[in-house]
Ligand binder design. Structure first.
Ligand SMILES: [Zn+2]
Length: 293
């Protein structure tokens, strides 16, 4: 299989979509951490990966979003950190075979770095490094640092990934609107600073996933700003399935696969190189997006 970064330079790629909602549909309880299923129900996690693979996704993301020791601590699962991450990568590898790349997923550790919180850069670095080592052992081809708000946390994660070897590193932030055409992370970081710091840390591809209350026109504008800030570095965008609708006490995203597919061509025209999905997306959405590419 060719190298991910050279493929990306040659043509745009399709990443996969949401994992959590797919697992809830297969019986995961809302209090449960989905990582447990990498060991308890590997067949169900595999089925989701396979559905995305069949939808045409070339990048398959491991089910390890809350897999840092810090995030697993809330579930009393720190002793199983290496096992659950390794298994997560192994299952994704099984679905991807030699026909897709496996992105080892790293989500936020769940608190603030010093001085806002108690976590030191050294401790966080060691935690991310251990998680990444387990993902690599399970067969990850690249590392995806995602849904980030704090560029300092991205710097730590990227540096931990670099310490583990020469894997491609992708870093994405979650943005919200801070003006009609202005976006910031929850920590107040601008698009420009977020991108610059991720690239300076050594990320090979940068961009955004998820986001708060963003509609498709917002994602277009965000994509323009990301591409401008990233310069020669390729940009990834994994939008939610449209703007959130609040129904009762639930937030749902209900853009149709056709509506999501319709944004693919404009995003590629803007210069985005990897498109995928976040909240509310399913293999059906990704199949439509993949056809659009
Ligand atoms: Zn999301």
């Amino acid at each position: 299989m060719t190298d991910l970064l050279s493929s990306l330079a040659a043509h745009p790629l399709v990443c996969d979509g949401a994992m959590g909602t797919q697992l809830f549909a297969r019986g995961l309880n809302s209090g449960e951490t989905s990582l447990l299923w990498n060991a308890a129900h590997p067949d169900r996690v595999l089925a989701v990966h396979e559905a995305y693979r069949q939808a045409g996704c070339q990048l398959i993301t491991t089910n390890t979003f809350g897999g840092s020791a810090s995030a697993l601590d809330r579930h009393g699962l720190v002793p199983r950190m290496a096992e659950l991450n390794r298994e997560g990568a192994r299952i994704a590898r099984q679905a991807a075979g030699n026909a897709a790349w496996v992105l080892g997923d790293i989500g936020p550790f769940g608190d603030f770095l010093e001085p806002l919180g108690d976590m030191t850069v050294e401790d966080l670095h060691a935690m991310f490094r251990a998680q990444i080592a387990a993902l690599m052992e399970g067969g990850a081809d690249a590392i995806l640092v995602e849904t980030m708000s704090d560029p300092a946390e991205v710097e730590v994660a990227v540096s931990a990934a670099k310490d583990c070897g020469s894997l491609p590193i992708i870093a994405t932030y979650a943005f919200q609107k801070s003006g009609p055409t202005e976006f910031r992370t929850m920590m107040g970081t601008s698009v420009e600073e977020a991108v610059e710091r991720a690239v300076a840390a050594g990320a090979h591809c940068v961009g955004a996933n998820c986001g708060t209350a963003l509609a498709f026109p917002d994602y277009m504008e965000l994509a323009r700003q990301l591409v401008r800030a990233a310069g020669k570095t390729p940009v990834i965008l994994q939008p939610n399935a449209g703007a959130p609708q609040v129904v009762g006490d639930q937030t749902i995203y209900n853009a149709t696969p056709e509506e999501m597919a319709a944004i693919v061509a404009p995003l590629l025209e803007i210069g985005v190189r990897i498109v995928g999905g976040c909240c509310g997306t399913s293999p059906t959405h990704l199949a439509a997006m993949s056809r659009a590419i």
